[in-house]
Structure formats: structure tokens, C-alpha cells
Write a protein that binds this ligand. Sequence first.
Ligand code: ADP
Ligand code: MG
Length: 725
Amino acid sequence: MPPAAKRDPSANAFDLPQAAAGPTTTVEKAAPKPVAKSHAQKSLEKLGLRTDIELALHLPLRYEDETQIIAIAQARHGELVQVEGVVTDSQISLNSRRQLRVTIDDGSDSCVLRFLNFYPSHQKTLSVGARVRARGEMRGGFVGREMVHPSFKLAGGELPGSLTPVYSTVAGLPQSYLRKAVLSGLARADLAETIPAAFLNRELPAEIWSLREALQFMHHPKPDAGLAILEDRRHPAWQRLKAEELLAQQLSQLQARRVRAAMRAPPLAGSPQNKGKKGVDLHTSLQAQLQEGLPFQLTQAQQRVGDEIAEDLQKQIPMHRLLQGDVGSGKTVVAALAAARCIDAGWQCALMAPTEILAEQHFSKLISWLEPLGIKTAWLTGSQKTKARREALAMIASGEAGLVIGTHAVIQDKVKFKNLALAIIDEQHRFGVAQRLALRSKMTDGGQEPHLLMMTATPIPRTLAMSYYADLDVSTIDELPPGRTPIITRVVNDARRDEVIDRIRAQVEQGRQVYWVCPLIEESESIDLVNATETHELLSAALPDAMVGLLHSRMPTAEKKARMALFNQGQMSVLVSTTVIEVGVDVPNASLMVIEHAERFGLSQLHQLRGRVGRGAAASACVLLYSTGDAPRLGETARARLKAMVETNDGFEIARRDLEIRGPGEFLGARQSGASLLRFADLEEDAQWLAWARALAPQLLESHPGLVQRHILRWLGAKSDYLKA
Ligand code: ADP
Ligand code: MG
């Protein structure tokens, strides 16, 4: 569902509601045009408006003032106005582009209505002699006044007594129809209070209205309510909706947590196979063995999160934990320790990564730690040969493989575990909710759930953690392994590419390695960016004595692996690649990262990429090459992203800025949009309400479980299921 009433990207576009970019919707006759029922119904469904309450909560994007008509002569340039006049001329002009030009005159002056997209129905309504009302932005020029793409209707009927709400809609669903549907939804919806008055009167941050009052106010603006009042989010009506929404979110998270607490998971405490066996009194656990064999000491942060995880795993309640730590903070070893504990207790552990390269790169180290301890690993990937796959499946089903590693292949139906007890998901934000649910359902023993450990290098800002992820325990690695030097980041115009190549040469001469990342090229060959292949040729020519390799996503997997191996082993000095190396690749000798067309990448993606360098002790740098194309300068958000990259190396700060630049909806990723995002509340702005809802949720669940169910259903409907994943 679009974040109705939230931001209105078309705030200045007077003529159309945001999503209705077709000319049909500009035609607004006095009586709503009859629309085929099924079609309108489908359009409503597209908007996520199926039930009365969903309709009632579909708030206006904005309001229009149709209460006044002004004389054309009095309309100032740039002003949004409604005028009424008689059509004196109507013609299709073919000057530079086919367009409909209609002149209306109201006695004070005349004005041209200009349409670049139009249908015969426009011409019909706007025929000479017709009296019409037009609303739009008045432009005054040398050639006279005009309105481009105004909304219009035949004049007649009284002027409305109040402001007209405008709803976000889809093409083919006229405002008038939608408005009626919303109002009748509002009339029918059950708006009985679900928050007992006692809870509403206590120490509230603001005056608060009832839900019914609030919705009535928004949909039926009083004649005297000005635009400013309606759009002021501090208004009591808004306060009420924000409070309701945040409470629904907190309640559903809390409920999900309780549901999970009632589920059972195998407690992974020690090594049952050895307990009580004769002659075995001193068992060195696999974790202890693993830790002893490591070439380094765990950082304090790793130790701490490792303990938090171990604590969870001992319990009979399934763990639901997010391990967050900046790129390079050493999450893999923490995962390995958890896996060792699980396998030690006689259960299977599955590790899932978003790409094959990542699965391989990232976990080769993990395997090299675990296999010497006698742990058998099975691999599952999409590109596997049938025979290899069959063998892997057999090992997993029999329990011979304690550790199962792979990509999405791990959650396919054919994969049957003997006794999965721990599922670890790396780079969890790259997986959808459905995939996470599928992994959890892999536990064969009915009634039990595996423990779930998710890892991410994109930390969740605190406000988000408190709201969307309230049913998630979070462990944070807030310390990098010792001896790292901070990465210096520079933003460089693409025109200075030669200087960058000189820098690469200098690094290579010192025996260092370099990544050069190009944006992923999708199907289009005509895209006007220097693609990876060309860059590869350019660099090969510029560095005749070094090995320059190319890696792109459409290469066969075997080829990718072979090239990656050359880079890993240090023979290859420069690796030119599309974003396949985005996550998880670990080559400590790499000290320079060049990102081409950096302006096209998202902030957290840039940060992830940058994290590929600075893994060893050498001073490392990241060069963000940008190009403005034909534009004189970079766009605002692109500039904000690059600036953030230069200013901080801290993943948490990056995440915070990313949230600021993109807003929570996008931050969470389109895939998770099923997890109903906030439409009315703003986590930063409404922090007080968030705190109120957090405190209230457990009390309410305790004292009024029935009301809680109604409240969740009202606000989240079927979506509440998604929040459990
Ligand atoms: P990420 O958190 O990005 O997954 P990795 O687990 O890949 O990070 O770790 C980054 C690098 O740091 C690896 O080479 C890893 O072996 C190394 N490393 C991890 N923990 C430590 C530590 N405590 N001391 C030194 N090096 C470490
Ligand atoms: Mg990692």
C-alpha cells in the first residue's frame, strides 16, 4: 500500500493525484463517470483497499480548495486557482508537439488550457460554447495566461462548502469514485475505541481525539478548516492516528514475541553424546577447540556477542537474534562458534548466503576452521551438478553433514534435514521474509523450530529496532579487530580517471591489490556508462605488467570462481567487477577500492563495498568516481550519499544517514514492504508516541487481550503475519 498521506511527491502537481498519470482522470464531470464495477473493485484492491476500515484509513494525500472561483484577470502567475468561463476556441495544434489548446473567457480575461495528453472525451467536454470550471496553476506570459493540464469539469452545481480531499489512486480510478468509496467505507467501518480511556488520559504527549473524530476530520474537512490546519501533523487528529498506528505495531511485535516464546526449540547446551559415557569425563567442546585453533584472539565485542548467542541457544525457546556488525568486524567467526555449539550438541546447522560467490568466499574460512574438528560439510548451490547435489542431499538427510552451507538452494523443498537446530542467515537484508520463514520451516520435528541467527553489516538504527524489529534480539559487534587503519574516502570526478589509474599503478607496484567496481549492467547494451569490459580493457592497457581480471555476474560460476581464486591468492593485482563482490569477500592485501558511477549506488551498498578494503594493516583508500552525465551537477540525494561516505566510516552513522535520506520504507527494502510500514507516524518526529506505545503494549495485552486483537486486526489486517518472520 502506498504510504497514503505521508509524503506527496506531486505536491506541486496540481492536476493529478500522484499515481494517476493518465489523462482520463483529469476529466471530472459533475456526476462521477460510471465505472465498470469489477474494474473499480480491482483498482481499489490494487490500492490495498478491500475492507471498510482499509478505506477509512486511506487518508487524503492533500486537499484542494474548490470553494472559490476567481476572475481570470485576478489570478496571479504561479497561483493555484479555480476559474470558470466559456470555451471560445478549441483546437489541436501541431506546433512542436501535438496538443489540445482550449481558450476560455470569463469576461474579465481569457486563458488557454493546454493539454499534451488528451482523449477525444476532453475535446467533447471542452467544445466551444461549453461553460467549464478549470483548476490549475496559472501561468502568465507574453502570449497570455495559460494553465497546463488543469483539472476541469462542466460548470454547474453549487460550489462545495468545504475543501475537497484528494486521495492517492491508480490509473483508471477517478477521484470522484474513490472519494465515494472512502466515505462509505468510513461510514460503515467499525471505529469503536480499542484503547481504554484510562490509558489515553495518562501523561500523553498531546491532546488526543477519538479515532472516529480524527478520521471524520481528515475525510470531511470542515468548511472553516484551512489547508494549513489539515496538513499540520501536530493537529490532534494526526496525533490520534499516529498513536493508534504505533500502538498496533508495538502490539503485533509483542504478540509475535509471545507466540515465539511459546514455541520450542532444541536446547543446544553441551555435548549429549558424551554425557554419561564411560571413560569420558573431560570433553573439550567443539567451540573451545575452535577458539583455541584460531590465529587470533576474539575481540571483546566478539566474545560478548558470542556469549549472548550461546545463552540463547541453551534455551528451549527458539532464538531470534540479529547479529549486527560493521563490514570487517568479524561476524563469521561468531557464526562459526554458534555452529560448533550446535553440531557439538548433535544437531545440524544450516548457513545461507545470498550469492554463490559470497557463500564460497565467506565460508571457505569458516569451513577451514570447522572441518579439522571433524565436522562434515554439505554444499548446496544452484549451479551444482546433479550428482554432487544428490550426494549433498543424502548427507543432509542422513545427518552425516553437520553443517550445510549454500544459497537459496538450501530452502528448496527437496532439501530434508535430519535434525536442523540452527539456521544462520548471512546478509539477512538480502533475503525476503518468505525465504526466512521457509528456512525456519525446515525443521522436521513437528512442533519445534530451529534457532535463527541473522547477520547483517547494515545495522538497524535504534528507532527502527524499537519498532519494526521489536520481536528481535539484537547483538552488536561495536569494535573492529585490532590493527585496522581507517579507510580514506575521496570523491573524484570521472574526468580525472587518469589520476586514479596512476594511483592504482602505485599501489600495485607496492604489491597491493585493487578492486574496481562498476555498476551492474542489466539487459540494456545502450546504457551510456562505461561498462566493466571497457574498463577492464582500459586498465589492462594502462598496467601492462600487472594481472587485471574481470568478473561479472553473467559469467559461468566456474569462471567466476577461477578468477576470484587468482585474486584471493594474490596473483591478480586488479579485479574489475560488477557488484558481485558486494558482500563478504575477504582479501586483506587489497588496499584500494575504486567505485565507478558511485552516484548510482545506494549508501549502504557503497559502505559494504568500501568494507572490502581496510581488512589488513595497510592504509587503505576508497575512491568514489562520479559522473553527472549531461546534468551540470549531481542530484541532491546522490550528493548526500557521497558526502556521508567521505564523512564517516562508521556503519551505524551510515545507516542513520541512509534512513534520513531514504525514509524507513525504502530502508527496509521493497521485499519487506509486506511488513506494514508506518503510514502516519514518523519514527524520529513521533519518538514520544513510540515510547508511549512501547510502554502501553504489554499492559494492554495483559489487561485487554480482546481489544488488542481488534486493534491489531484493524490496523494491520492480514499483514500482521508478516511481522513474525
Ligand atoms: P564481517 O563481519 O564483515 O563478516 P569477517 O568475519 O569476514 O567480517 O572478518 C573480517 C576479517 O577479520 C577476516 O579476515 C577475519 O578472519 C578477521 N578477524 C575476525 N575476527 C578477528 C579478530 N578478533 N582479530 C583479528 N582478525 C579477525
Ligand atoms: Mg561477512
